[in-house]
Design a protein around this ligand. Structure first.
Ligand SMILES: [Zn+2]
Length: 392
């Protein structure tokens, strides 16, 4: 199915868009990248922040991590809830980067005494946070036999995401296209294309957008959502899988998504669910915390309040994901076997040892299915996927 043209929005006329047939992702010029450092004021509604301030231009390239463009709450985040502004909180657990070992610094998880939102404390500065993101913090299968097997497995488990999106897309009755925010290596987008759905990727990592474009053959743009070169009301459906928990200001992303969606367009959001059995039992060892990269730890009611405050109506909720829940428990139990952790930590492994570890991890994932299915059945699965409709 042919893709519609990318209509450049007035604010990003200087964006460098690829020529037709180009193998490179689109990139924004330095003039288009901006950080807002102006002070904010607390708001009484959950996650609602001050109106978008004037842009501050910077020369350096955008950092390859999903940071929202409004970073105002960083300096005083230790004392204020980003959702309600209250400064009272209680400490739940303490931990560090258990999975990738990018730092030994200790962080707390604190719960707001007013609205019960759970957040990382203290919030790292954007520069500090950038150092906590490994270079390839997303899936990119190698081209050998093991890589092909891994991709086959990913295709099987991603079928779940594809079915959820397909049902929302069909129910919307809108013609497309679809935007996947935080597209990573782009396998999900390729699966949408294979089903005839017009879809485009967006990622702050130029390397991720490049892999999506070159290897998966799906158009991808390297930008933040606020600076993406799309006209308002372009998309029928926008997906954000595991994006919002990485942001200082998730409401700004949901606001942008609302602007880019057509009336009645669908937003699909997936985040880890801290109201799950796994966190209750494993505490700071629960894989879904991903300390210190997850800045906010959502429960169902937090996600729903965020979306409703930003002008969406909740249509569907799902607490089990074939891709995320069983593998998440396997990594909680044996982080040393997690394939991404082993790749990022560059563990020296012979082909035989690698195969043994891969098989052990896979066996643990299979063994994790009954437990993760049970917690999801009582709405305490370790992830939440929500479909919401843009109110017109
Ligand atoms: Zn609060």
């Amino acid at each position: 199915m042919p893709l519609p043209p990318f209509p450049p929005s007035p604010s990003v006329e200087a964006a460098t868009l690829p020529r037709s047939g180009s193998s490179e992702p689109a990139s924004l010029s330095a003039e288009d990248r901006s950080l807002d450092l102006s002070p904010s004021t607390p708001d009484t509604k959950l996650f609602r922040s001050a109106p978008a301030p004037p842009l501050l231009l910077v020369d350096s390239p955008a950092p390859p991590l999903p940071v929202a463009t409004r970073l105002t709450a960083v300096e005083d985040s230790a004392s204020r809830c980003p959702a309600c502004g209250d400064n009272r909180h209680r400490i739940l657990v303490r931990g560090s980067d258990r999975l990738y070992g990018t730092t030994t610094k200790q962080f707390f998880l604190v719960e707001c005494s007013q609205c019960q939102l759970i957040r990382l404390d203290p919030w790292p500065s954007p520069e500090e946070l950038a150092a906590y993101y490994p270079e390839r913090y997303w899936f990119d299968a190698s081209q050998d036999t093991s890589g092909r097997l891994a991709e086959r497995y990913r295709r099987f488990v991603l079928g779940d995401h594809v079915r959820f999106v397909l049902a929302a897309f069909t129910a919307s009755g809108l013609p497309g296209p679809i935007l996947d925010v935080g597209c990573g290596g782009g396998l999900f987008l390729r699966m949408l294309h294979e089903r005839g759905l017009p879809a485009i990727g967006l990622d702050l990592s130029a390397a991720a957008a490049g892999v999506t474009w070159r290897r998966q053959g799906v158009p991808a743009v390297c930008a933040s959502l606020a600076q993406a070169p799309f006209a308002p009301a372009t998309f029928s459906l926008i997906t954000m899988f595991h994006v919002l928990e990485h942001l200082y200001d998730p409401a700004s992303y949901v606001d942008e998504a609302r602007k880019l969606l057509r009336p009645s367009g669908r937003l699909i959001v997936q985040v880890p669910n801290i109201d799950c059995w796994q966190f209750f039992l494993a505490g700071e060892n629960w894989n879904g915390l991903d300390i210190p990269r997850h800045l906010i730890h959502f429960k169902s009611k937090d996600v729903e309040a965020l979306l409703e405050d930003c002008g969406f109506e909740i249509l569907r909720r799902k607490y089990f994901s074939w891709r995320d829940n069983p593998a998440g428990l396997a990594t909680t139990l044996a982080p040393g076997l997690d394939p991404m952790s082993r790749r990022i930590r560059a563990r020296a492994e012979s082909p035989r040892l690698r195969l043994i570890k891969d098989l052990l991890y896979f066996a643990l994932v299979l063994a994790s299915i009954p437990f993760t299915a049970m917690e999801a059945a009582v709405r305490q699965g370790s992830t939440i996927m929500v479909e919401a409709r843009r109110k017109s």
